[in-house]
Design a protein around this ligand. Structure first.
Ligand SMILES: C[S@@+](CC[C@H](N)C(=O)[O-])C[C@H]1O[C@@H](n2cnc3c(N)ncnc32)[C@H](O)[C@@H]1O
Length: 209
């Protein structure tokens, strides 16, 4: 996999399959913090679903300064998890990232603050069915773009994700496309503008009322 340096100094990867980068070139790690973790807020003890785990930036950013998180990551590509083992990361997450580098080998890893990441390898569209209902406080929803993977952004999938979330739970995603927001509404989400990061349009937050 080809590493691509982004403008905040963190690396993303280019996917040959999707023919696109995993993150915006304006800043991969910046995206994790601003579009996901800070946009929805994370507190000690939260259960988090990282839908399309990739390099794990969203999960690992969420562990910073937090304790007792239970994170479940869905990912289909073992190769990207191998990339994590040697990925150069910015100093700010170096210590935290080092706990989780070997996740491809063990699939369930904890850090010194009792934050746990468990990975479920395979098709997220199938594996979502095995997760408990009304469980997650936060969802980082981060598939490839709607143009490349429209099946990930359907009302049916948003409905499945919604059902796994607790009342008051929040989902973050980078797209603000009208039809995607409409699919989120069909599933029951209250749809809000997320932050504007690295481009003109806002990200999206879905709230389960
Ligand atoms: C945009 S990248 C995610 C970036 C990631 N959140 C990060 O911080 O690096 C999309 C990810 O979804 C994964 N993916 C694509 N289709 C999938 C599927 N059907 N089930 C699970 N993961 C999938 C890809 O392998 C890729 O790692």
């Amino acid at each position: 996999m080809k590493l691509v340096k982004t403008l905040d100094g963190s690396y993303t990867v280019y996917s040959e399959f999707a023919k696109e980068n995993y993150h915006s070139v304006s800043g991969a790690l910046d995206e994790a913090f601003q579009k996901h973790v800070n946009a929805v807020g994370v507190e000690d003890g939260f259960c988090i679903l990282d839908f399309c785990f990739g390099l794990g930036y969203n999960s690992i950013a969420s562990t910073m300064g937090n304790h007792n998180l239970e994170i479940i990551g869905l990912e289909s590509d073992l190769e990207v998890l191998q990339v994590m083992q040697t990925l150069p990361v910015p100093e700010v997450i170096n210590s935290e990232y080092s706990f989780f580098r070997k996740i491809a080998e063990r699939l369930k890893i904890s850090d010194e603050n009792n934050n746990t990441i468990k990975l479920i390898i395979g098709d997220a569209l199938q594996n979502i069915d095995d997760l408990p209902e009304d469980y997650f406080h936060r969802v980082f929803f981060d598939p490839f773009s709607p143009q490349k993977q429209p099946q990930m952004w359907s009302a049916e999938i948003f409905q499945k994700v919604y059902d796994k979330m607790r009342r008051g739970g929040k989902l973050s995603t980078y797209s603000c496309a009208k039809w995607i927001r409409q699919n989120m509404k069909i599933a029951g989400f209250t749809v809000l503008n997320g932050p504007v990061v690295g481009r003109k349009s806002p990200a999206t937050i879905g709230l389960k009322p």
